[in-house]
Structures are given as structure tokens and as C-alpha cells.
Design a protein around this ligand. Structure first.
Ligand code: ATP
Length: 378
């Protein structure tokens, strides 16, 4: 097990910075997910940690030791790729035993370790098959097994599930999480899939265009996004964002938007001046169709589109020039063209700077119990 630190790390390709000034601490035993859209620098960061790429500037540390010039083979890391990278002419057993054989490890110990890893990953009945005779999930398990046999200090995974269908992806997600809980090997996992990030990570680092925007627990990134881009990237359907302004009346603060004034919850504060234009945000899961408390302000919308998902329905409403998405529990008894009133949860209102996009709301006063009690929909 190991800790990792990126200390002002840059990676330039010509004039282009694939990774810009990355500062990130990963604690021993963490499952850190590097999350972001394609091209944001996730893989480059992972490759630098693996030693496959050198930083142009800054230091990478493993267990406090700068490893910038340490070759990959001496870093004690194991990497799992999207493409599995198995030898097609070898059996599962051959693929698993290849690394230990190349490292000239003791044959009896290798046999024992291999049997243990194969059993842990459900590969024992498949040991004599070749990769072509395996499903995608089974192939990825072989790739994981091969990495596990190294007993690495660090596990690095680059979109390992993206070649699998949705059902198998879900199953492999749980298997990898269970494996991590059992072995506690510090893991850095790259994905653009926020559901993977939310369900697997102990910590998430969200990147855009080479820059780290926010790092924190899944709940922190979901409930308290540092800026508009993180807010929009995390959560499906996406957070609703509408233009508005901060309105102050004595000690009370309101967000003026959609023709109404939404009062900030008691746990939220902002230092932003009266009448400042902002981008107001609220998540589809934080809208209700009934006032939570009598007198709560809401806004009207015309039902435009219904997406029944079985246990919930996503409702698209037209509110003036804005399209708003709300989550209704069950099979919402709504009809297209109907006008309804929506009430945002005042504890989970957001306001972002209308130019830079930084969050303008401080929610440190929002009780930990209130945050912990919140179900995170993924
Ligand atoms: P994806 O999810 O598509 O793999 P990513 O977030 O992992 O994307 P990177 O692969 O790290 O992104 O790439 C970051 C940026 O650096 C991209 O703009 C990419 O084109 C560029 N880049 C990566 N490797 C090289 C290279 N060897 N030479 C030039 N540019 C590169």
C-alpha cells in the first residue's frame, strides 16, 4: 500500500499542456477516480504515475519518494487497461503466470498465488481457456488477476470497463470495489463515466482541459461542486442552470430566477452583493411537485416531455425560455401540456459566478447530518 502526491505537475506536448499544474494527494488505501471528459489529461496523469511519461515540470511522489526518473518496472505499480492486453495464444493460466515467470519468481509460490487469485476472481474453471473463448468481463478479470499477482503497491486502471456492456459493467464495478475493500491497495482509476466515479471512488478528482477543478469525496463533489463545470459534469440528469441574481433583504438571501425568489436554506451563506447576476443551479432530484413547507416559493412550468424509468420519471418542463428537468418518484401522473409548480429544496440551491463559474455559496454551516442523510442519486 502506498500514498501518492502530484506536486505542481505539468506535462506539455509542444505548446499544449495536457496536464497543467496538477496538485493532488492520494492517501494510502484510497480509491481515487480521475474523472473528466475525453482529452482532459486523465490518462497522461496516470501514465506519468506509472512512469510511462515524464513530467515536464513538478514532482510525483510515491510514499514520499520522488519517482520522476524511476523506470516503470521499479515503481511497483500494476496497470489495467481498457484493452485487457492479454496474450491471445496463451491460456488464462499462461497469461496469469507470464509475469511471475518473467520476474523469475519461485514456481511453487507462483502456483499457490495464482490459484488464490484465480479463485478470488472466479477464474478457476476457466484456467485452460484462451482469451478468445472468454466474455469481455472474464477477460477483464484475467487482466485484473495478472495485475494482482504482482502484489503491487499501486493499482492503476485506465477505463478498464468501457468495453463491457452496461450489465457487465455494473457487475465488474462491484467486483473491483469488493476487491479494493478486501486488499486496500491504493488505486487510481481513470474514467469519463461519472456513475463509475460516484459508485466506486473513495475520492474523485475532476479535471477539465488539463486542470484539476475539484478533489473530494463523491458526496462533497456532488453536494458542493466548486464551480459550474463540476456541477454540470456530476449528476445525471444534469443540474439545472438558469440565469438569476442574488437578492438581499436584511439577513435573508434569495436567488431571483424564473420569475420567483428562492430563499437560501439556513445552512447556506454567501458574501455576494445584492443584485449580482449569477447562474442559479438546482438538481432535478432536489425539485418537488408539492411545497415542502407551506409558503415555500416555487415556479411554474409546462410539462413538455416525460421519461418514465419505472421507479422514477424524469420530467422536462418549459419555464419561460428555460427547459428544466425534474425527477418525480414512481410513474408521475402528469400529462404533456399540464402546468405544474416546482419547489426546489432550499438547502441544495447553488449560485455560480456568471463569468468565472466559481461557486458563490458556502454550505459549511449545512449540518453534516443533513448532508449524510441525503441520498445521492447516480
Ligand atoms: P481520453 O479519455 O480520451 O483517453 P484523457 O482525459 O485521458 O482522454 P489524455 O489522453 O491524457 O486525455 O490527453 C490529454 C491531451 O493531451 C489531449 O489533448 C491529447 O490529444 C494530448 N496528448 C496526449 N498524449 C499526447 C502525445 N503523446 N502527443 C501529443 N499530444 C498528446
Amino acid at each position: 500500500m502506498s500514498s501518492v502526491a502530484f506536486d505542481h505537475v505539468w506535462r506539455r506536448f509542444g505548446p499544449h499542456a495536457a496536464v497543467a499544474d496538477l496538485c493532488l494527494d492520494i492517501a494510502d488505501g484510497d480509491f481515487l477516480v480521475l474523472l473528466g471528459a475525453s482529452g482532459c489529461g486523465k490518462t497522461t496523469s496516470l501514465r506519468m504515475l506509472a512512469g510511462l511519461e515524464e513530467p515536464s515540470e513538478g514532482d510525483i511522489r510515491i510514499d514520499g519518494r520522488v519517482v520522476n526518473h524511476v523506470p516503470p518496472g521499479e515503481r511497483d505499480v500494476a496497470m489495467v487497461f481498457q484493452s485487457y492486453a492479454l496474450f491471445p495464444h496463451m491460456t488464462v493460466e499462461g497469461n496469469l503466470a507470464f509475469g511471475p515467470r518473467m520476474r523469475r519468481e519461485n514456481k511453487t509460490q507462483t502456483r499457490e498465488k495464482l490459484a488464490e487469485v484465480a479463485s478470488m476472481l472466479g477464474l478457476t474453471p476457466l484456467l485452460s481457456r484462451r482469451p478468445a473463448e472468454l466474455s469481455g468481463g472474464q477477460r477483464q478479470r484475467v487482466a485484473l488477476g495478472r495485475a494482482l499477482l504482482r502484489e503491487p503497491k499501486l493499482f492503476l486502471m485506465d477505463e478498464p470497463l468501457s468495453n463491457l456492456d452496461a450489465a457487465l459493467r455494473g457487475q465488474m464495478r462491484s467486483e473491483i470495489v469488493a476487491l479494493h475493500r478486501r486488499l486496500r491497495i491504493t488505486t487510481v482509476y481513470v474514467t469519463h463515466d461519472q456513475v463509475e466515479a460516484m459508485t466506486m471512488a473513495t475520492h474523485i478528482a475532476v479535471m477539465f482541459e488539463g486542470r484539476l477543478h475539484q478533489a473530494g469525496s463523491p458526496a462533497a463533489v456532488f453536494d458542493d461542486p466548486s464551480d459550474l463545470r463540476v456541477a454540470r459534469f456530476i449528476g445525471a440528469p444534469r443540474m439545472n442552470i438558469v440565469p438569476g441574481k442574488i437578492l438581499r433583504a436584511g439577513n435573508d438571501v434569495f436567488l431571483g430566477c424564473l420569475g420567483t425568489h428562492l430563499a437560501l436554506g439556513a445552512g447556506l451563506t454567501t458574501a455576494t452583493a445584492n443584485e449580482t447576476p449569477v447562474q442559479v443551479g438546482f438538481r432535478p432530484s432536489d425539485l418537488s411537485f408539492k411545497p415542502p413547507i407551506a409558503g415555500t416559493a416555487g415556479f411554474a412550468g409546462v410539462v413538455e416531455f416525460l421519461e418514465p424509468m419505472g421507479s422514477e420519471t424524469f420530467v422536462t418542463l418549459r419555464c419561460g425560455s428555460e427547459a428544466i428537468v425534474a425527477r418525480a418518484p414512481g410513474r408521475a401522473p402528469l400529462t404533456i401540456g399540464e402546468t405544474v409548480t416546482l419547489y426546489p429544496d432550499c438547502d441544495f440551491l447553488y449560485a455560480f459566478d456568471s463569468t468565472g463559474g466559481q461557486s458563490l455559496i458556502n454550505r459549511s454551516r449545512l449540518g453534516q447530518t443533513a448532508l449524510a442523510a441525503r441520498r445521492i442519486p447516480v
